[in-house]
Write a protein that binds this ligand. Structure first.
Ligand code: NAD
Length: 413
């Protein structure tokens, strides 16, 4: 079976959910195409004097419910189709969580591994200058994503502020010393654990009994692992770009966090067996968490997944063909737009604090995040049961319905 390109795949999920809503064809056309896409040239002078010329994108998918919102990724696969797909996911995610944002995404098609801080800073400033005319604190607010972090956001904020005045609310996921919200960095990974906890409660299981394998040990994967570990669950495997490490008795999560924090790979850990990323996905465990790249569970490997539940911490990790195979095999999936929505929910908390020039304590941030994530899970679960559909179809339908209502109220068509 051929796999669809990412944007067409997201639109296939959209079309399946739209059938529940009986959406008319005009709305269908508005909601499956982005409002605006820009592509910019991003020249970067390397430390050795060479010049590379990368391509950068910002796609604003739908802004009916609020300013465009979505992360910026630096990755060789971050082409226009991928960024378009990720932007549309943000529209359904912000609507599902009922935070007052639209959906957007940005990316620079580049491999940042091995780039110095100076090179990354020049890249970020050049990209920000190229897209700044479509950004704004009530227009479009970026955040970190793959291979970008709080430092990247600080540079973006500075580049934007140079021409627009001091604007901390222009990006979220900033360093705490620069208007970042205590708790935001951990929000996506913690949010994944809160959703898993709610899923366990609904299914009469205990979070502490779950054996979890996580692909990716960056921001999302490592914070989810920490939260799981604190709550007594067993993290049996984690990975990064170099490979995976497994210990069926449970990994030393805090040791791995320290190892990766010192710039090394999880495969260099003292305890555990080294396996490949492909083998991690097929491990026998309760919960499999893709938390790195997209399109890692496809019709090539879905037959061999042995977890009972796949929790999509990454964006678009399961293709429509892979999703169908998992469904036919009775493996549940918690979709990305629900599972990893702790990131944008935390970004919403940070943005509101920046606008009010007021900072919450981390305890308040975390308890509001917990309430929002578990509330969204319960709402989606109830919708899925009412309509007898999988969680993904329910999550999309809820999001689409809210965006469609805003589009009509604002008179877009
Ligand atoms: P990150 O850059 O902090 O970490 C990415 C991790 O994936 C690293 O451990 C890296 O080594 C690993 N990785 C990279 N290439 C790989 C490969 N080919 N095979 C296996 N592992 C590989 O990124 P992140 O912010 O943790 O984002 C991870 C995923 O979560 C992405 O899909 C992103 O869109 C999604 N997400 C992130 C946030 C957020 O707040 N950061 C929010 C929502 C969703």
């Amino acid at each position: 079976m051929t796999e669809l390109p990412a944007h067409e795949a997201v639109n296939q999920y959209f079309a399946e959910a739209a059938t529940i809503l009986d959406l008319d064809h005009e709305l269908h056309a508005i909601l499956t195409t982005p409002y605006r896409e820009i592509a910019v040239q991003v020249p970067v002078r390397l430390d050795d004097g060479d010049l590379i010329v990368a391509r950068g994108y910002r796609v604003q998918h739908n802004g009916a419910r609020g300013p465009y919102k979505g992360g910026i990724r630096y990755h060789p696969t971050a082409d226009l189709n991928e960024v378009r797909a990720l932007a549309s996911l943000m529209t359904w995610k912000t609507a599902l969580l009922d935070v007052p944002f639209g959906g957007a995404k940005g990316g620079v098609e580049i491999d940042p591994s091995g780039m110095s801080q100076g090179e990354l800073q020049r890249l970020t400033r050049r990209f920000t200058n190229g897209i700044q005319h479509v950004l704004g604190i009530y227009r479009d607010i970026p955040a970190p994503d793959m291979n970008t972090n709080a430092q990247t956001m600080a540079w973006m904020m500075d580049a934007f502020s140079a021409s627009h005045g001091y604007s901390p609310a222009i990006v979220t996921g900033k360093p705490v010393g620069l208007g970042g919200a205590p708790g935001r960095e951990a929000a996506t990974g913690r949010g994944c654990t809160y959703v898993l906890d709610a899923w366990c409660t609904h299914h009469g299981r205990a979070l502490a009994d779950q054996r979890v394998a996580i692909q990716g040990f960056g921001n999302v994967g490592s914070w989810m692992a920490r939260e799981l570990h604190e709550r007594g669950a067993t993290v049996v495997a984690v990975s990064d770009v170099r490979g995976a490490i497994v210990d069926t008795g449970g990994l030393d999560v805090l040791g791995l966090v320290a190892l990766v924090g010192s710039g090394r790979s999880v495969v260099e850990a003292e305890h555990g067996d080294v396996i490949t990323n492909a083998e991690l996905l097929e491990l026998e465990c309760d919960v499999l968490v893709p938390a790195a790249l997209g399109e890692v569970i496809t019709d090539d490997n879905a037959e061999r997944i042995r977890a009972h539940l796949v929790l999509e911490a990454a964006n678009h990790p399961v293709t429509p063909n892979g999703d169908k195979i998992l469904r036919d095999r009775g493996i549940s999936v918690i979709p990305d737009i629900l599972a990893n929505a702790g990131g944008v929910t935390g970004s919403y908390f940070e943005w509101t604090q920046n606008i009010q020039q007021f900072t919450w304590k981390e305890e308040r941030f975390t308890s509001e995040l917990l309430e929002k994530m578990q509330g969204a899970y319960r709402f989606t679960q109830a919708f899925a049961e009412d309509h007898d559909v999988p969680l993904r179809q329910a999550a999309y339908a809820i999001g689409i319905d809210r965006v469609a209502a805003a589009v009509k109220l604002r008179g877009y068509i």
